[in-house]
Design a binder for this molecule. Sequence first.
Ligand SMILES: [Zn+2]
Ligand SMILES: [Zn+2]
Ligand SMILES: [Zn+2]
Length: 262
Amino acid sequence: MDQRAGIGGSCLCGSVGFALRGPLRDVVICHCHWCRKSSGHAFASGAVADQGLDLYRPGALAWYRSSPGVRRGFCADCGSSLFWLGAEGQVRFAPGALDAPAPLRLQGQSFEDSAGDYYTLSGRPPRVEAAPARLDCSCLCGETGFSVPGPAREISACHCRGCRKSSGHYGASFAVDAVQWHGRATVAEFVPGGTGHEAATRGFCRICGSSLYHRDPDGTVHVEAGAVDGPTGGWLAQHLCVAQKGLYYALTDDLPQREGRA
Ligand SMILES: [Zn+2]
Ligand SMILES: [Zn+2]
Ligand SMILES: [Zn+2]
């Protein structure tokens, strides 16, 4: 396997490999509309100077310009969120992509007012203010669209390697019985190896890289909560796979935590 000096990172399928060198800026979690759609929940990023990124295996790395001056880097083969480029001479990287623990801590949050209705930054349970009977969902670029029955009700955070690499932070999703598609021409799927949830098929938009859903081997479809356009009518109810959780964040709410999925 490729081994480079520095802190290594990769996408879920392994197509993209990179190493970070030099001082790292601590992690900021962003709750803006674009970061939520792109990651499927909330987007976390650390930062390194431009010259500190060694992209030794660009693989299927693709870029999507989400707003003027901003480009988001993702793997077009598996949908993993990897990078965020602004204008400030540094590269922001998704800590979920890192392959080993890095000396990173949580520094802060941004665009807190845009957070989803299903979580609060304080960890207090959110006030559920809506119970929409139908949830319209879409990706960041708008090429994909689907609707599912609502409200979302219980939403599970998953800290497994697959959900962390896909979102760049950790996942938050809810199970649905039926999906009605309005646009799926740009939806791509990646099927990792393994068993159980580890082998879940990852559905994403191949134009913008937005995480849309995953489908466990038993056929259950879980919609990534950030894909929902409006209120979900749901609430974060539990943390799954905490044995694989990243070290740069703490779980400060009182929700049940499970080592695995069951
Ligand atoms: Zn990949
Ligand atoms: Zn898209
Ligand atoms: Zn997971």
